[in-house]
Design a protein around this ligand. Structure first.
Ligand code: NAI
Length: 246
């Protein structure tokens, strides 16, 4: 699955799954736009990729801020001239049981994980439609398909992402745009680094492969959905969780 000549936008591209994805797409020949609000990590990654001869550029952006996203889309298009793939990967967690969840942290997670995906897709989709082809890949979660204790806000945002994915697949398929989602299981990144060891053990016990996922497992799923190999796949949610028992 080559990405030669394709321009790929990866939100939350400075760390975790996004950074591994940026490196993988770069190795496959893509020009990579890394969007993130973490400037230090984002600039570092772009220079690391540059040093390897990959065309990568970092654009400081908070996906929850509509104006910033709009400005960034203009900058990305001015820099690379086009966008072939948008990976809406940026996401956060702010966990608490329902009765202890402040309205503020509920909203914060919705703003990034749900509204952020809306903002970025609205900003980048017109260029894909003009080109007559494009791939949008949204990041959901198994918390979005099955719910998860302590994650009212996160599960709501990730279920919402699935709703938007299926809607956009129906709205823009006829314009040559594929819109799909990936629903990761538990993946070894900073996001789950504060989870108690006991819970990690329990997750491994209910995963047939007896391990957590690696960022590469998700990056490979993104690559498939970004490539021509998935041209007839639209509106689907690809669960990448090692077959975890639910
Ligand atoms: P991470 O915390 O390692 O990386 C997330 C990246 O998104 C960071 O670089 C962060 O700076 C960036 N980011 C956060 N808010 C942002 C904002 N408002 N604007 C721009 N950038 C922002 O997380 P990870 O694990 O790599 O997660 C990537 C995606 O995968 C997220 O959407 C997450 O919800 C999803 N996911 C992760 C799972 C896991 O177990 N790690 C499980 C299921 C889904």
């Amino acid at each position: 699955m080559e990405m030669k000549g394709k321009t790929v936008v990866i939100t939350g591209g400075a760390n975790g799954i996004g950074a591994v994805t940026a490196r993988l797409f770069g190795k496959k020949g893509a020009q990579v736009a890394i969007l993130d609000y973490n400037e230090i990590a984002g600039e570092e990654l772009a220079s690391e990729m540059h040093a390897q001869g990959i065309e990568a550029a970092f654009f400081k952006t908070d996906v929850a801020k509509r104006n910033q996203v709009k400005e960034t889309a203009e900058k990305v298009l001015a820099h690379f001239g086009k966008v072939d793939v948008l990976i809406n990967n940026a996401g956060i967690t702010r966990d608490a049981m329902l009765l202890k969840m402040d309205a503020e942290i509920f909203q914060q997670v919705i703003d990034v994980n749900l509204t952020g995906v809306f903002n970025c897709t609205q900003a980048f989709l017109p260029a894909m439609i003009a080109a007559g082809k494009g791939k949008v890949i949204n990041t959901s979660s198994i918390a979005g398909t099955g719910g998860n204790v302590g994650q009212t806000n996160y599960a709501a945002s990730k279920a919402g992402v699935i709703g938007m994915t299926r809607t956009w697949a129906k709205e823009y398929g006829r314009k040559g745009i594929n819109v799909n989602a990936v629903a990761p299981g538990f993946i070894e990144t900073d996001m789950i680094s504060t989870m108690p060891e006991k819970v990690i053990m329990q997750i491994k016990q209910v995963t047939p492969f007896s391990r957590l996922g690696k960022p590469e497992d998700i990056a490979n799923a993104y690559l498939f959905l970004a490539s021509d190999a998935s041209d007839f796949i639209n509106g689907t949610v690809l669960e990448v969780d090692g077959g975890m028992l639910k």
